[in-house]
Design a protein around this ligand. Sequence first.
Ligand SMILES: [Zn+2]
Length: 353
Amino acid sequence: MPVLTRLIPSPVVVDIRPGALDGLAGLLADQRISSNGKLAFAISGGSGAALRERFAPELPNADWYEVGGGTIDDAIKLADAMKSGRYDAVVGLGGGKIIDCAKFAAARIGLPLVAVATNLSHDGLCSPVATLDNDAGRGSYGVPNPIAVVIDLDVIREAPARFVRSGIGDAISNISAVRDWELGHEVRGEDIDGLAAAIARQAGEAVLRHPGDVGDDSFLQVLAEGLVLTGISMSVAGDSRPASGACHEINHAFDLLFPKRAASHGEQCGLGAAFATHLRGDAETAGLMAEVLKRHGLPVLPTDIGFDEDEFLKVVEYAPQTRPGRYTILEHLDLSTDQIRDAYADYAQAVSS
Ligand SMILES: [Zn+2]
């Protein structure tokens, strides 16, 4: 008997809506997560206090841990602090850094993770990757997918708009990343997973083509769902390929060459995606991406985030080294510095008009 379908690792609960946090205590009491309430919460030292005050009375058996920052050392410290507690699950309650730290810590001590996101800064909410700063800059660590994902759109609306906007750039960059994957398939015979590509691309297209903005619930719903689905597309593929191509190589190059001045993940990925799409010769999509990024207050030119043209040329030139083995439009064209300069001049003119 042939196996006719496949199983996809995915959360048992996805709850994305205004007011979702009101149901958090009940959701955690689900017997698949924690019937006795022995939970380890990871929160930030700042805004985490208010969340703790809100949930501690409903969850008397939970313990609360403040996360120091977004480094691998912070994540290891968190795991060490939690490991003797006999918990059923770890709950990451906060922004991207908190969730990344909680994901890593939960994986290290062998517990499932519940991700409760208070902003939408990137697609790591539900992905099998934890991104943490280390001595070499920034690393991606493989971890299991969260067992549950909760996003309260009322809370997202209160988050600093910059963090929510960052998620838009990350979601839109899927479209460019999937094109890079297709290129790798066509040119080098790389395996492509059609389901993972479809999920990632649809998530990006839905955000790209939605007429709303971060002030409206229907847009936030599509953005939050898009970021969660992007994470699942990575689980389907088994790596970050559906959501990370030249766009993310450019992002990593900004982080590595200018660690003190780098902008947010989504700001850099969105810009990288528009530029990579331009390099691919797809002027129509590149133009639409640039228009949408601008409409949401995201950068389309390096100068929008404080980098001059020469610095950007260095970023693009260095980008392929950030992901050895990943084939994208940058590796495909293998441009010289002068060719990058010309391509950038074309791009800058196209998106500024
Ligand atoms: Zn990303």
